[in-house]
Design a binder for this molecule. Structure first.
Ligand SMILES: Nc1nc2c(c(=O)[nH]1)N[C@H]1C(S)=C(S)[C@@H](COP(=O)(O)O)O[C@H]1N2
Ligand SMILES: [Mo]
Length: 232
């Protein structure tokens, strides 16, 4: 499964190399074919190149359905999957609005990872969904892209750094423990990633907005005092 992402970034690196661009590990363009040191830091390419190693999967037999506690700050919003569209906009060259049929045609990634809530519980969960990086690639973030905002149908909101957003195990999931994602766990689409705490993993995501700046409203719990990065 993880082969796919390596292919994407390898292909992209080859394209950049073919264009004569030399990029260092931080994603700074060192020189262009004419030899000028010309371009500013390219956050999007840098994030793809620097994307951290995947964390190991648990075996499917390790899932803990009974340990997963539904944690929603204000109940379950109603969403009609037939008319649902995921919007990706902001600092991108190609804003998109995708229906669920389109998203379900994209490569389906499965992973078995641990969800950790700061309230003192954790559960090993199997998630199936699309990589956020594949969705972002469709929208083509601008070179200045640095953060990704998520808006949810219940009014919840979150912001992530770009590197975590393009991690190969950062999914917009639509399956959980081998079934369609239940409404209370965020259907039709929720964030799932083993690299961030539970509160970073927005359920009922309707909009993804790429930005170059961290905006004053950083996240529902963060604005009430929780730490922003929320890494694991
Ligand atoms: N939209 C939305 N997403 C959310 C929340 C929420 O209240 N609303 N709660 C967060 C918290 S604190 C946790 S621990 C996880 C819990 O996911 P679960 O309800 O599927 O167990 O969802 C996160 N995502
Ligand atoms: Mo949580």
């Amino acid at each position: 499964m993880l082969e796919e992402s390596n292919k994407i970034s390898r292909r992209q690196i080859l394209q950049w190399a073919g264009a004569g661009l030399v990029v260092n590990v931080a994603g700074t363009l060192l020189y262009d074919p004419i030899g000028r040191i010309s371009m500013p830091v390219n956050e999007w390419m840098g994030a793809l190149l620097l994307s951290p190693q995947p964390t190991p999967d648990f075996p499917i037999s390790a899932i803990e359905p009974d340990k997963l506690i539904v944690n929603s700050y204000r109940g379950v919003p109603s969403i009609d999957p037939a008319t649902f569209k995921l919007k990706i906009s902001g600092a991108v060259t190609n804003p998109v609005s995708l229906d669920l049929a389109t998203i379900h045609q994209m490569p389906l990634i499965s992973m078995v990872t641990r969800l950790v809530c700061v309230e003192g519980w954790a559960a090993i969960v199997q998630w199936g969904g699309v990589r956020l990086r594949d969705l972002l690639t469709l929208a083509q973030p601008l070179p200045t892209a640095k953060y990704v905002y998520f808006k949810s149908a219940d009014g919840y909101y979150e912001s992530w750094d770009l590197a975590s957003s393009v991690h190969p195990q950062t999914l917009l999931a639509y399956q959980m423990n081998g079934q369609d994602l239940p409404a209370e766990n965020g259907a039709p689409l929720r964030l799932a990633a083993p690299i961030k705490l539970g509160y970073k993993q927005s359920k009922w995501v309707t909009e993804v907005v790429v930005t170059s700046e961290l905006l004053p409203k950083r996240g529902y719990w963060e604005d009430l005092g929780y730490e922003w990065f929320g890494g694991l």
